[in-house]
Design a protein around this ligand. Sequence first.
Ligand code: BTN
Length: 249
Amino acid sequence: MNSGTSFDTTLAALAGQLPRWRLRAVAEIDSTNSALMQACRQQAEAQLLVAERQTAGRGRLGRHWTSSAERSLTFSLSWPLRADTPLDGLSLAVGVVLVEALHPALRLKWPNDLWLDRRKLGGILIEAIPGSAVVIGVGINLDAPTGVDQLVAGLRELDAGWSAPLALAAVLPPLVALLENWQGFDAGWPARFAARDALAGQTVQGDGLSGVAEGVDSAGLLRLRGDDGGLRLLRSGEARLRPLSEVRA
Ligand code: BTN
């Protein structure tokens, strides 16, 4: 486990708490998600892979994920699945765990962007090998990245003392607890998501849809009250919605 990275001391301290997990840090990699997906195709295991730097970080919907060493935290977890493990809403629950672990001011923009003051502070990329493993990738800005065409934020706006190892130490134990105890989104997660939901009650628009966001259902689907009064349930990835205030801005 001694990799010569800034994470070594933190991982050594966490190893005793997480005996079932393989904890690994690397200085540089293309993408921690890609690496764990590849590893899980050979053998699914409970593993953390954290990188100081990613050269080809991947975001949702085929986007690139921009991050840099010492200014962000980038890691992935792989977790073996049973055939009957429900995956609906898992990415929302991951978002809930992250914001609860990091700061009371953080909010979630459905499905799983972490927001600070309506600016993106982090994101989650979940990929699955059906019936075998799930890989959960997390990217958190410590400082807002430059050169991205989005409003962005960083954890150090809240407290200049945040470092990537400290942020990892804050989020890893509750994420492991989530995975080890996961029984589906309806087991208590809708209320916890609602407490951090940045879109609830907002008029949103995108991909030909528009309406008022009315929170999520017991499977994590977004309840969208359309302009015609009808209710639509949207799956993650089905529409990229933004609050109307920001579409006009
Ligand atoms: C998004 O908001 O689009 C999701 C971003 C997820 C980025 C993380 S960084 C660690 C892991 N490895 C990747 O290549 N992507 C995820």
